[in-house]
Design a binder for this molecule. Structure first.
Ligand SMILES: [Zn+2]
Length: 287
């Protein structure tokens, strides 16, 4: 696996082809999978929506936090519309005038029960890109998170640098994770995130053939206390997609998953943003 270091914005992969700027956070250990969770309600046009009651102030305080701005109703006309055919698009931000950002959590290595309690308390919408090698020891861990309305999406079987692999191997990675996630979580992933953010045209072909209809990239990546920004002014913008990971103290210099996530929410709140559900802004293909 290639090395990523420092503030490098690109990682050189096997074969020397750089497809995308990368951030350090994306270069950590194991990554993984995803899938799309069933939602408890449907909107009039038949698309999934998830009603979210705002948590009590005491719930925020329990986790050392002040309330975030309330999540606005998602637009009835979803700003991203996916096609059932053709080359899959790459999303790095959702076009929206709402002051919202989206949290994505990758891999699945850390399975902290307190994080489930935190999410039950706070009802922060997240999208989980799960990688099979990281989750196969305990698929059940992610089900309570899914039951909260959070979707599970595809992040490969083994977390390879996809752009270094031939199409057939890329297809194995995406289709393999797609099959397992669909089987374990009852719904087929709509989205794919390539490990390290590294992809090429064959990745887009493989994703499309295996089921996901979009590749999801990111604008900011959460570290331990702060986010790493791609924008020079280090500010969140409407519709930004934030990358975080299921990581524990061994990977966070002693910080726990819930502490890291609390730090992330503080950074978002400081800038006045609400957190919205990524899938509420993406229209799946009509079949
Ligand atoms: Zn990953």
């Amino acid at each position: 696996m290639e090395r990523c270091s420092g503030r490098v914005k690109a990682c050189r992969v096997a074969g020397g082809v750089i497809t995308m700027a990368l951030t350090v956070a994306s270069c950590g250990t194991g990554g993984s999978g995803e899938a799309t969770a069933p939602s408890p309600a449907s909107s009039p046009n038949g698309t999934r929506t998830v009603p979210r009651a705002q948590p009590e102030v005491s719930a925020w305080h329990k986790w050392g936090l002040s309330p975030l701005p309330a999540t606005p109703q998602p637009p009835a006309d979803k700003p991203v519309k996916l096609s059932a055919t053709g080359t899959v698009p790459v999303l790095t931000r959702i076009p929206t005038s709402q002051k919202v950002v989206f949290i994505t959590i990758d891999d699945g290595q850390e399975k902290d029960p307190r994080f489930v309690r935190m999410m039950r308390d706070l009802r922060i919408p997240v999208t989980m890109f799960l990688m099979n090698d990281a989750i196969k020891s305990d698929y059940a861990y992610f089900k309570p998170l899914q039951a909260l309305g959070n979707h599970i999406q595809n992040h490969t079987l083994h977390h390879p640098v996809m752009s270094s692999l031939p199409l057939a191997r890329q297809r194995e990675e995406v289709c393999g994770d797609q099959r397992i996630l669909t089987e374990k979580y009852g719904t087929a992933p709509l989205l794919f995130r390539p490990p390290y953010g590294a992809y090429n045209h064959n990745t887009r072909i493989a994703a499309g053939e295996c089921g996901p209809r979009a590749i999801v990239w990111w604008r900011e990546s959460m570290q331990i206390r702060n986010m790493q920004y791609q924008a020079p002014d280090k500010k969140l913008r409407n519709g930004d997609i934030i990358l975080a990971h299921f990581r524990g103290p061994s990977e966070l210099k002693g910080t726990t998953m819930t502490q890291m996530f609390a730090n992330l929410l503080k950074r978002i709140r400081e800038q006045g943003f609400a957190v919205a559900r990524l899938e509420d802004y993406i229209q799946p293909p009509t079949r």
